[in-house]
Design a protein around this ligand. Structure first.
Ligand SMILES: Nc1ncnc2c1ncn2[C@@H]1O[C@H](COP(=O)(O)OP(=O)(O)OP(=O)(O)O)[C@@H](O)[C@H]1O
Ligand SMILES: [Mg+2]
Length: 258
């Protein structure tokens, strides 16, 4: 067992929408420097789980969210962001009509000593960061350009740069490679490795197990809102994992039942 304190810990987190119980008594923890893959079929509750961690959904009564050993009772999007939780998912993570520099500094604007926005500094920094972190040189990524004019991969780059620059403690990637080209996908997967190298943590959701398996330290399998299993990568080969995912989809059980 890991003796470190988890960055984030969920205790008995359930989430019900009307009749639908999307999460059911979920208990899990993410440790510093750990990349955790979240797996499960369509509708298993993966996005609901990460939206709860990012403060978008409130857990049903009785569910608890702990951050670095402290129970947080006023969990919200603003709270989660202020604690360094960044979410990256294609398109929706950014404000489409706003220029790149605005998106980069949303909620963390650089202000001068009179409290006025220092637009010049933010634009210059945005340009530097985009080229340093993501190797962007394309004219499409001028800091004044609205995000809606960018490609999926470029948008992803803005969100990733933002997470890196503000030294997120926990980065959540919900299907970040959907619709990306091969080279953009590679950039995203490289980024996941950078998160780990810098000692920070990530939760990584991707339907492509060939993206997940090489990138992660541990995998959590969700099935119909429940944690169906957890594996350290050292405990399971990719083939066994694929086999076990099929089994969960078929039977709801992770292991062969005798
Ligand atoms: N805001 C909501 N209102 C009502 N039901 C919801 C809401 N969000 C999610 N659900 C339901 O919760 C269940 C889990 O959905 P969720 O989006 O978490 O699944 P997922 O594992 O991310 O699936 P996918 O792999 O398709 O993205 C689904 O049955 C979904 O219809
Ligand atoms: Mg989802």
């Amino acid at each position: 067992m890991n003796s470190q304190q988890p960055v984030i810990q969920l205790k008995n987190v359930s989430k019900t929408f009307g009749e639908v119980r999307s999460l059911s008594d979920v208990n899990l923890e993410i440790f510093p420097g750990e990349i955790v893959g979240l797996l499960g079929d369509n509708g298993a509750g993966k996005s609901t789980l990460v939206k709860t961690i990012m403060g978008f959904h409130k857990p049903d009564d009785g569910g608890e969210i702990w951050f670095k050993g402290e129970k947080i009772t006023d969990w919200s999007v603003a709270k989660a962001r202020s604690l360094g939780i960044e979410t990256i998912y294609q398109e929706r993570a950014l404000c489409e009509q706003q220029p790149i520099w605005r998106n980069m500094y949303m909620g963390r604007e650089i202000v001068n000593r009179f409290g006025m926005l220092n637009v010049k500094a933010m634009k210059a920094e945005a340009t530097r960061l985009m080229s340093e972190h993501m190797g962007f040189t394309s004219v499409a990524v001028h800091p004044d350009n609205p995000v809606q004019t960018m490609s999926g991969g470029e948008k992803q780059g803005v969100a990733i740069t933002r997470a890196l620059h503000f030294e997120a403690e926990l980065v959540i990637l919900d299907e970040p490679t959907v619709g990306l080209s091969l080279s953009e996908t590679k950039k995203t997967l490289d980024f996941v490795q950078n998160i780990k190298k810098s000692g920070r943590s990530a939760i990584f959701i991707d339907h492509n197990i060939f993206h997940i398996y090489p990138a992660v330290d541990r995998m959590i399998v969700l099935d119909r809102g429940k944690v169906a299993g957890m594996y350290k990568k050292s405990e399971i080969t990719m083939d066994e994992l694929i086999e076990s995912m099929y089994r969960v989809a078929r039977t709801g059980n992770l292991k062969e039942q005798n």
